[in-house]
Design a protein around this ligand. Structure first.
Ligand code: TXA
Ligand code: MG
Length: 351
């Protein structure tokens, strides 16, 4: 199939520019579109045939449920069996925005969208293109990240083209995703709300609204070893992985730089291609290999925004080994480290 590319200026467009994309979605087709977190691969969330196409295109296991994207609160009523107080407060505080909430589903939501679960994941995105596309299509858009399963999530249309060109009907190119990591997921079905995936909306921000929140054990532990089953089915799969072997170095800055320089030299001598993930602060401290900065430590937002792109860039360069510094495990840094650890298969060297 030939994939249409529609280029939109996200800051200056008419809703009618999205008519073609909306029409494809209404007819049960697949359209990738920008959101403020990462690009999503959209289909009609209430049409089982349409959501089955998402699984086929991504090569995604069918037990891994999809997030339904909405543009108004009436949709929330329609798609959920009940809306607990905590869910309502969080939605009011952070929607539209990078927060996904898990509710008990209504009978309208097909099991093909929820991977057989009785709960449903819902998000109201803030990106103007995503928001308008939901609104003018008049449907609820089921959308996982628009990557082939297991690859880093796409933060630019080019990444979607790399993975899904020829497989889906249309890609809406609205420029670079601002946040660069997927939404925070919070399960509000139980008395105690639980964070299933860390993201831009931090535990601190959540506590400010509802007082308390816990983490799913699988977020904090190396799940392969522990036998813990994550509550978000998608978190159990190998994820975000570049093709090269990624290792994280943790410790004081000079020691980390010196260890990475040493191991990079060894691998280069042995004939391998080596990539190094540096920061603006350390870029000039590395000597050999393909050296790229992911962002500045002065602003963790830049690191979140650059992470998936840099992993993909090292794939394009054919790196066999990739070495990265680690980041402070707090606030948005927690989401950065969560994705980095999964990408590295939890391979971390303390120096
Ligand atoms: O930022 C985002 O959330 C992006 C954009 C496109 O909105 N979407 C995204 O979707 O990251 P995806 O499919 O790549 O990740 C959704 C995660 C998966 O880990 C899935 O298992 C979990 O959400 N999930 C979905 N429905 C769930 C449910 N009912 N209960 C528990 N986890 C659920
Ligand atoms: Mg994903």
């Amino acid at each position: 199939m030939k994939t249409k590319i529609l280029t939109i200026n996200s800051n200056n467009f008419e809703p009618s520019d999205l008519n073609g994309a909306a029409e494809i979605l209404r007819k049960g087709g697949l359209v990738a579109f920008p959101t403020e977190t990462v690009y999503g691969l959209g289909a009609d969330g209430l049409n089982p045939d349409a959501s089955r196409k998402i699984y086929a295109a991504k090569g995604r296991p069918s037990d891994n449920p999809l997030i339904i994207h909405i543009a108004d609160y009436k949709a929330l009523e329609e798609l959920t069996a009940d809306c607990p107080e905590n869910g309502r407060k969080l939605a009011e505080a952070f929607w539209p925005g990078p927060l996904t909430l898990i509710f008990n589903k209504s009978s309208k939501v097909p099991y093909s969208t929820t991977g057989g679960l009785d709960t449903v994941a819902i998000r109201m995105p803030a990106h103007p293109v995503a928001y308008e596309l939901i609104r003018i299509s008049g449907i609820y858009i089921a959308a996982p990240s628009a990557n082939i399963s297991g690859r880093p999530s796409p933060t630019k249309a080019e990444h979607v083209i790399e993975d899904l060109s020829g497989i889906i009907d249309m890609i809406v190119d609205g420029g670079k995703a601002d946040i660069g990591l997927e939404s925070t997921i919070v399960d509000v079905t139980a008395e105690m709300p639980v964070i299933l995936r860390p993201g831009y909306i931090t535990d601190e921000m959540i506590r400010r609204i509802i007082g308390q929140v816990e983490y799913d054990k699988a977020v904090l532990t190396r799940i392969q070893d522990s036998g813990i089953r994550p509550k978000a089915p998608g978190m159990k799969y190998k994820h975000y992985a570049p093709r090269g072997a990624l290792t994280i170095y943790e410790g004081n800055r000079e020691a980390v730089v010196s260890e990475i320089n040493k191991i990079a030299e060894e691998k280069l001598q042995a004939g391998y291609k080596v990539g190094i993930i540096a920061t603006d602060e350390t870029l000039s401290c590395y000597h050999r290999g393909i050296i790229k900065t992911v962002g500045t430590r002065k602003d963790v937002n830049t690191i979140a925004r650059g992470l998936f792109e840099i992993l993909r860039d090292f794939d394009s360069e054919g790196a066999d080994y990739i070495y990265t510094e680690s980041f402070e495990n707090k606030q948005l840094g927690q989401a950065v480290m969560n994705r980095l650890l999964k990408a590295a298969g939890y391979h971390i060297e303390k120096v």
